[in-house]
Ligand binder design. Sequence first.
Ligand SMILES: Cc1cc2nc3c(=O)[nH]c(=O)nc-3n(C[C@H](O)[C@H](O)[C@H](O)COP(=O)(O)OP(=O)(O)OC[C@H]3O[C@@H](n4cnc5c(N)ncnc54)[C@H](O)[C@@H]3O)c2cc1C
Ligand code: SF4
Length: 523
Amino acid sequence: MSTLRGGHYEVVVIGSGAGGGVVAGELAERGRRVLLVEAGPHRTAADFMRWEARANHELWWPPALALDTDASEPPLAIFRGRCVGGTTTINTKVALRPDHQDLAKWHAATGLLGDSGRPFDEQDLAPWLEHVERRLGVRERADWGRCVHTVADAFRALGAPLGPVRSYTDANCMRCGSCLQGCPTNAGKSTATTWIHPAWVAGALELRADCTVQRVLIDRVEGRLEAVGVELSGADGHRQTVTADAVVVAAGALGTAPLLLRSGIVRAAGGSPSSRLIGRHLGFHPARLVTGLFDEVQDAHMVYPVSAHCMKFRHDEDGGFVIEAATVQDPIGFATGLCDESGQPVWGQELVQTVRRYRHCTGLLVMVSDENHGAVTVDEHGREQLTYRFSSGERERNRRALEFARQVLLRAGAGRVFQTAVLSTHVQGGCRMGSDPARSVVDAHGESHDVRRLFVGDSSVIPRTPAVNPSLTIMALAARLADHLHRDERGYLSGATTTSSSSGSSRVAALASTSGSTRSSSP
Ligand SMILES: Cc1cc2nc3c(=O)[nH]c(=O)nc-3n(C[C@H](O)[C@H](O)[C@H](O)COP(=O)(O)OP(=O)(O)OC[C@H]3O[C@@H](n4cnc5c(N)ncnc54)[C@H](O)[C@@H]3O)c2cc1C
Ligand code: SF4
């Protein structure tokens, strides 16, 4: 199939989720000529409805499975969104900040330094967290439903009280429980509603949905490796190349590293230490749902899914897990994921009886701090292979988190407690950000150590998984990256006057005259 030439942009952003949506929107608002490419469809509140099977098909990637390298534990299923807005379109909107301990792990892992030259810390992220919180309208959720009150006393009695979460949901949230199928009222924010649509409707941002980037184009320019554009394919299978002054890969932690590997970076970089780290140090933030069956109706599927949480065990020395309350999966997920006390799938008559009492169930989501021992590689056909291996510490934290959640539910009066297998909705890492090229893939501003003009702008850059839900962190890092790109200290961006006939090499010539120009802005 022939490949068509498809124009030139200052910045091409691959993936429209927590990272890519923010980078693209922020740059477009500042007048940069941006193309945002998204593999999934463009759906809006007008399309969203409480139809689990349809949403799973239209808005989600099929679950990916990571295999235990020792084959002693079951495959770990990983869930993520595939649509404009990425996973933020189908997530539960919890908005938490990483703390000092989370960020100290980043410096320890990759030598990451902040702009001051000191170890990267809260002060490096705080202005960007404030910026994205303001845009998203983050607020506290103290409007707990019956299913939360059912367990709240038990948490308190066990010395670990629940508190209200903060989330990016506005006052129009009708507590319908449909967040994982896309919010039908737009009360639940996403990068689509908050960054992409405002720039897109104003004509400031070009968005191509149903369009997959096959590879990043890398060339040797004046003796140095540079990203010069991307090759993409639309729903009809036609391939096209577009050139760009800078490429931002934000395809999610399971999309970004494989795309870079398929683009041939390791070979082009001569197998440099940083290129050989692509796909390594994947973190899963392992989670599971623990569900209690109660005599009274709970209707935990008809609430805003995560209005409370228990943070007492957040730090590793206190247990290393966070618990969110109170929710149940939607019926298909509930019925297919249900395991008994020993971790065996529930089936037959027992499954039928339990599903009949779905309205009587309320559940806790336990999330455990991990050590980023996972990996994503590509095989000789370019297909992703995922592996994991929990350390003894991670296994112990998983066990303790499960045990505590079980205790809460039994104390709250559950007649029976079920659990799911360990799973992941917060996959991160694979292209770690750091100031030491021997321990990281991209530098402190997300630029590849090996390839100039190539940036990573999503969850892949996180060096160590924070203890809390990651989307706010990812968005803050993305806003910081957008500002860095716009300031353009290296003179990469040619300005909005660039014509669509520019090629990678003529672009370099054009840049010679603009090099050194800087513009400053901060949130
Ligand atoms: C069910 C669920 C609930 C969650 N709830 C919360 C929560 O309450 N709070 C929180 O903080 N976090 C939550 N998360 C996690 C959070 O949403 C993600 O961590 C975050 O969105 C990841 O951001 P990202 O930019 O790395 O990837 P994503 O948001 O997943 O975006 C990546 C995008 O890239 C696209 N893409 C991939 N490959 C290509 C390609 N080759 N070409 C073009 N496009 C491509 C994908 O289709 C996708 O849209 C939840 C996740 C899930 C699954
Ligand atoms: S619970 Fe609130 S945020 Fe979630 S889908 Fe319903 S209205 Fe939207």
